[in-house]
Design a binder for this molecule. Structure first.
Ligand code: HEM
Length: 459
């Protein structure tokens, strides 16, 4: 939650299955390796572990305990209600996923971060031995901090993040101050409320269990200092994306094809590849300056003439755009913030704005943290990214991550993207779907005391 582990660019995510295994014994074995929020950057590897609802059941939580967690989490990402909300249908349907669905459920994700490949491999060997010893099945996925900070399409990623009050970190220019309880369970949220956190029955013999709930000495506040983690494997069709942009530039009769293709792509993101926001620089990729996150839409660009309304960053966080005043707009938008810690998988497709595919699989392990799956992650995905009426637009969705578009007969139809312009707007009629969901699940990332509780004591 607190660190992006930038000193630990190499990483491996192990998707775990507990069936017939001894997960509590395993957790006890690895507990001292878990990185807590107290530790600062530098030094050795980093290690975190989070559990799905199924995984918590495997660790001994019963239905009464599980019911105290958010409904979305308990249902799991592939429950039909969640698929409906997330738009996981057609080409993104969970049946086609590699993991997280009925055919390949996941109980936990163990995330290992290292400074080098050597360190990653050495530590992985030890971890894999521990999985084997306690009968846990693991699927390893290699992920890395995007090269040069750029995701596979070539755009600087991980720029805009909320600033968590009380985190002890220094606030960067432009970062919105977000109440601790928006991102960590058990603290005051944006409504000035401390919500009841998930709880579990007291266990005897735990060394450092969480505090008791206010109403009962028989239950402990398992959720305190924890949060929900969204993990989605998003496959990216890099050549398909750039091919479309080059072709669109050609169709417009652009003289400088490369410059035009880059502009079209940047309009879809709302930032240039180097991270400079289009609101600041709508026509050319100027050198970045400090404070790349310090901008609003209302004053500089009320009509979307600099950064299109439908651009990925404008949809994902409309900032001050809606509401009676800028302040009100920002306050409302900040009810839906996420901490993003995504990492890339697969080899880079070589070349600048490459159009030719090499057949390799690549993409983003999208990882987001928030205290309220429904109001934060799902809201962003459903009401902003996938809404075809966002900001007065009609029948289009996020050009990068938007879901498939279908007609009344459930047939796939073209996905347009609009660029506001004077005297007339410009319409890109047939934007290909270049991001596909390949796996995903909701997890609970426990605080240290909760981890202790989960692997110790007796009922
Ligand atoms: C393969 C898929 C994706 C790619 C390539 C991608 C890429 C990017 C890039 C390049 C930025 C701008 C730089 C930055 O502020 O970090 C960005 C911003 C952002 N993205 Fe994505 N993204 C993807 C999926 C998603 C999804 C699924 C969500 C949420 C459900 C999301 C939410 C956001 C948010 C909240 C921002 C920050 C907006 C702001 O505050 O300005 N992204 N993304």
């Amino acid at each position: 939650m607190l660190f992006a582990y930038r000193q630990h660019p190499r990483s491996r995510f192990f998707l775990l299955r507990f069936d017939g295994a001894q997960p509590r014994e395993w957790l006890r074995r690895v507990l001292t390796d878990v990185t807590s929020g107290d530790e600062d950057q530098g030094g050795q590897y980093r290690f975190n572990v989070a559990f799905s609802a199924r995984g918590l059941a495997g660790l001994g939580l019963d239905n009464e305990d599980l019911r105290t967690f958010q409904r979305e989490f308990v249902q799991g990402m592939t429950h039909p209600e969640r698929s409906h909300v997330l738009g996981d249908r057609y080409s993104d349907s969970p049946e086609s996923w590699e993991w997280g669905n009925e055919a390949a459920p996941v109980d936990a994700v163990a995330m290992l971060y290292a400074g080098s490949d050597g360190e990653l491999d050495a530590r992985s060997v030890e971890l894999e031995r521990s999985f084997e010893k306690f009968g846990i099945a693991a699927r390893a996925e290699d992920v890395a901090l995007a090269e040069g900070g750029r995701e596979h399409f070539g755009f600087t990623d991980g720029l805009a993040q909320p600033f968590i009050r009380g985190s002890g970190r220094k606030r960067r220019p432009g970062e919105a101050k977000i109440a601790t309880g928006e991102l960590v369970l058990g603290y005051e949220n944006a409504y000035g409320k401390v919500n009841e956190v998930p709880s579990a029955k007291r266990r005897r013999g735990t060394r450092e269990h969480p505090d008791f709930t206010s109403s009962s000495m028989e239950r402990v506040r398992l959720g305190h200092n924890g949060t929900y983690l969204v993990l989605r494997k998003l496959q990216q069709d890099v050549a398909g994306f750039w091919h479309y942009c080059w072709e669109a530039a050609r169709a417009e009769g652009a003289l400088d094809l490369a410059a035009r293709a880059k502009l079209i792509a940047s309009r879809m993101f709302g930032r240039w590849p180097n991270g400079v926001p289009l609101v600041e620089s709508p026509d050319a990729e100027r050198p970045p300056r400090a404070g790349l996150d310090e901008f609003g839409f209302r004053e500089r660009d009320p009509d979307g003439l600099r950064c299109p309304f439908g651009a990925h960053i404008r949809r994902a966080n409309p900032r001050d755009m809606f509401g009676e005043t800028a302040k009100e707009g920002l306050r409302d938008a900040n009810l839906h913030r996420l901490v993003r810690r995504g990492r890339a998988y697969g080899p880079r497709l070589l070349g600048d704005m490459p159009q030719r595919d090499d057949g390799a699989k690549r993409g983003l392990y999208f990882l987001a943290l928030n205290a309220d799956l429904r109001r934060q992650f799902e809201f962003v995905q459903q009401t902003w990214l996938n809404s075809c009426k966002f900001a007065g637009l009609s029948d289009e969705r996020d050009p990068i991550v938007g879901k498939d578009a279908v007609d009344e007969d459930d047939q796939l139809v073209p996905r347009p993207f609009t660029v506001q312009a004077r005297p007339v707007r410009q319409r890109y009629p047939n934007v290909p779907k270049v991001v596909h969901v390949r796996g995903g699940e909701y997890f609970f990332l426990p605080g240290m005391r909760a981890l202790n509780y989960l692997c110790e004591g007796t009922d």
